[in-house]
Ligand binder design. Sequence first.
Ligand code: MRU
Length: 342
Amino acid sequence: MVETIAWKDNQVIMIDQRRLPLKEEYVVCKGYTSVIRAIKELVIRGAPAIGVAAAMGIALGALKIRTKKTAPFLAKLDEICREMEGARPTAVNLAWAVNRMQDLATRKRDEGVETLKAILVAESKRMLHEDISVNKAMGKHGRQLLDDGATILTHCNAGALATGGYGTALGVVRAAVEAGKKIEVFADETRPFLQGARLTAWELMEDGIPVTLITDNAAGYFMQQGRINAVIVGADRIAANGDVANKIGTYMVAVLAKTHKIPFYVAAPMSTIDFSTKRGQDIPIERRPAQEVTHFHSQRNTPRGVVAENPAFDVTPHRYVSAIITEKGVAKAPFKANLKKL
Ligand code: MRU
């Protein structure tokens, strides 16, 4: 399976998700500012992967802090953390990872600067490995929801590329396939960045899992034809009441699924659940450059000067969600109480 991100010789290496699947290129980050740039420019994307990248970025930043004194070290680390946190607003895994790194540094402050640096590097590597284990646990819980012979619709990319490895939504698919179930996937292309067409289709084909690429507009057609048995998507942030922020277009798919009585599942680690955000309306939605809509790569394919809007995420109200699959188990409605229990 593809390696999304790795720590090597005090550098962070990421596969460049802007270029896939046409080119398999890697971006090497030597400092925390290049990690921030990589997150903003979608070299690395997907909520859990962004979390791991942020942690490794903070570790890179920590290594370059010059002082030997703890107080100024922690002050500079705080600056780095605040900058990192601002890279993208919707995926709560970013803030979760930043807080985890900063809390650890505060707790271990008496160890001295050099030891603190080593602790932060080790923690960021641990977060990568933990994420893969969490996804595998999620897969084991979620695969029971999929029938042998099912065709699953997914939106965006919630696979190995969006995480430390294995994937959330695609992790559930992988776990079902590993358990001997015959599963097919329909992948929405996911305009405008084409995570479905470029990334989901690519990683499933690499794994030999049957995948059919469809345009975003075709999801309703295939549901109407009875060709989709379940929908599984990932999430960027889940509010305490079970409302789900995920890639723009997810809400449309959820509404369609309910109309067609097709179960709509969300697979996400506990780190994606933001108990401090009560409802979906309170989740900040990232607005990305209009050029992602008006251009394909650098080629304009729309009238010059046309006004375009590009919200990167939408919120699916919890009434459309059949279940939320986490590493701790599967939660169904009422989500407010059942997510807490997990
Ligand atoms: O803009 P992106 O590509 O970072 O958006 C990614 C998604 O919306 C994913 O579905 C979500 O982060 C879950 S990834 C396991």
